[in-house]
Design a protein around this ligand. Structure first.
Ligand SMILES: [Zn+2]
Ligand SMILES: [Zn+2]
Length: 379
């Protein structure tokens, strides 16, 4: 029986409606967020909103307006949580350039260099004519694009990774960032509205009683809702302000906390207005993955064999992979030796005590050559 992409998906996502909706692994936390929104609105509508009908003109419209706006907030929450944030499809095998770079971790006797096994694979690309280094993702077997990062919660590489939000149970990335910002800013507006209306109602109640204490004792709902909204506003209002700053300077949350310690130039900053229009005016790019697509039998077998191989690697603490790499490495090393034995002999003579050849004979390269160049911003 043919299987769909979402059924063979290696990330930790949860799929509903046969792959139409994609959630993060912690999607259950959305229920808490729903309660945090619905419960205070329910208290407001039940105990405060309906009493406006008698007390002010057009008071009958207040509760329906709050309910409609709450539905809008919940819709934004759903759109943020249930969509692909910008997942990057995994490769089934490492790219050729990675296999070639592996040769550098073998010394002349064919032994694997223990320093080399931990060598980070980094490539340099240019963004706005400024150099940016991008890293290789061992899990997804690909060189990440700039601003792409691997989310440890979802176990996927995500384009323009911002953060993994536990309140929406989903990664925030290139495709759902706008929706996420609208959700938090709409939540802040809802909070302010409910707080203001509750405070106004509180004033009307106090006018009917001799003291504030007596008013609160007879009608505690406005005070409870006001305290709740006040506390929540610190969170959603603060978050909205923080993301406004990030958008205006074209940073992600991940970059802000990772790069604020150093003085690297933000290569993505194109001025406040241009940065804001990038978030709000540009069309959302289509998803790179069609989760409902059927997987071909051949590629499915390939995927299954890769999954089995990966599970075996995990159990064997990746020892087998090292052996495979060593075999490939040794073969490549022998080929490189056959290519020009004289050149290699010369290289051996000039080889230093660190075990890395000094010459550039074919595949050899010292770690410092591609790890620590001058870069604008780390991706
Ligand atoms: Zn990855
Ligand atoms: Zn995530």
């Amino acid at each position: 029986m043919a299987l769909r992409v979402y059924q063979l998906w290696k990330g930790r996502n949860i799929f509903l409606l046969k792959g139409r909706l994609v959630f993060g692994p912690d999607a259950k936390s959305i229920l808490i967020t729903l309660l945090l929104i619905i419960v205070p609105v329910f208290i407001f509508v039940t105990f405060i909103g309906r009493k406006f009908v008698d007390k002010v003109n057009a008071g009958y419209a207040i509760s329906p307006l709050i309910i409609v706006f709450t539905i809008f907030v919940l819709f934004l929450l759903f759109m943020t949580s249930a969509s692909d944030p910008g997942f990057v499809p995994r490769n089934s095998s490492p790219p050729d350039e990675v296999l070639v770079s592996d040769i550098s971790v073998f010394n002349d006797t064919g032994e694997r260099n223990t320093q080399g096994t931990k060598l980070p694979r980094i490539k340099q690309v240019f963004v706005n004519r400024l150099p940016v280094k991008v890293k290789y993702c061992e899990t997804c077997m690909l060189f990440r694009s700039p601003r792409c990062s691997h989310c440890s919660v979802c176990d996927n590489c995500v384009e323009k990774f911002d953060h993994h939000c536990p309140f929406v149970g989903q990664c925030i990335g290139r495709r759902n960032y706008r929706c996420f910002f609208l959700f938090i800013s709409a939540s802040a507006i809802l909070c302010i509205s409910v707080f203001s209306l509750s405070a106004f109602y509180m004033k009307l109640v106090v006018d009917d009683y001799a003291s504030i204490w007596e008013a609160v004792k007879n009608s505690p709902a406005p005070l409870i809702v006001m305290v709740y909204c006040f506390l929540l506003l610190w969170f959603v209002g603060g978050l909205t302000g923080f993301h406004l700053y990030l958008m205006s300077t074209n940073q992600t949350t991940y970059e802000f906390f990772r790069c604020r310690a150093n003085t690297r130039i933000n290569v993505y900053d194109q001025g406040c207005m241009e940065n804001l229009s990038e978030v709000f005016c540009r069309k959302i790019v289509p998803s790179k993955i069609n989760f409902r697509e059927y997987v071909q039998e051949a590629s499915r077998n390939c995927r299954i064999s890769i999954q089995q191989r990966e599970a075996h690697f995990m159990n064997e603490d990746k020892r087998e992979k090292v052996e495979d790499d060593r075999e490939i490495g040794n073969d490549l090393w022998k080929i490189s030796q056959r290519r020009d034995s004289k050149e290699i002999d010369d290289a051996r003579i000039s080889r230093g005590s660190d075990g890395f050849p000094r010459s550039s004979g074919g595949f050899s390269r010292s770690p410092s050559e591609f790890c620590f160049g001058g870069f604008g911003m780390e991706a």
